[in-house]
Write a protein that binds this ligand. Structure first.
Ligand code: ZN
Length: 131
């Protein structure tokens, strides 16, 4: 298991980590297998979506803020229930196939670390298994 360090600069932010995950696969030297990604946090997540047009990530974040406003009469005393809800909606893990030493992502796909309660320094676990 390898941990990537991800530093967010805003409260809600999508950070493209595709290159960092690719580097772990190169370092491990796995040619064909499975790459597991896991976020060990309750107010952050990982997702795969379009990486070509940065407006897609901006639109997703803007829509999530409308869908789950920060102040909404939540009971959780820490005041970040919106972040917990968003983290569960996106999920803590992703799986990507590794083919010929490369992430088998679609042409427009990128891997995003999803920050919902930043700015913070976070971790993301990467495990690459040959299959
Ligand atoms: Zn909390």
């Amino acid at each position: 298991m390898e941990y990537l360090t991800v530093t967010s600069s805003g409260r809600n932010q999508f950070i493209d980590i595709t290159g960092e995950v690719r580097n772990v696969i190169l370092k491990k030297g796995v040619k064909n297998g499975i790459c597991f990604l896991f976020v060990p946090h309750t107010t952050a997540a990982v997702t795969i979506n379009e990486g070509a047009d940065p407006d897609v990530a901006r639109d997703i974040l803007a829509y999530m803020e409308k869908l789950v406003p920060q102040r909404n009469g939540f009971k959780h005393a820490e005041g970040n229930s919106d972040a917990h809800i968003k983290a569960s909606m996106f999920g803590a893990s992703e799986i990507v196939h590794v083919v010929d030493g490369k992430l088998a992502l679609g042409t427009w796909q990128a891997i995003y670390f999803c920050e919902f309660d930043g700015p913070r320094t976070r971790r993301l676990g990467v495990r690459v298994l040959p299959v």
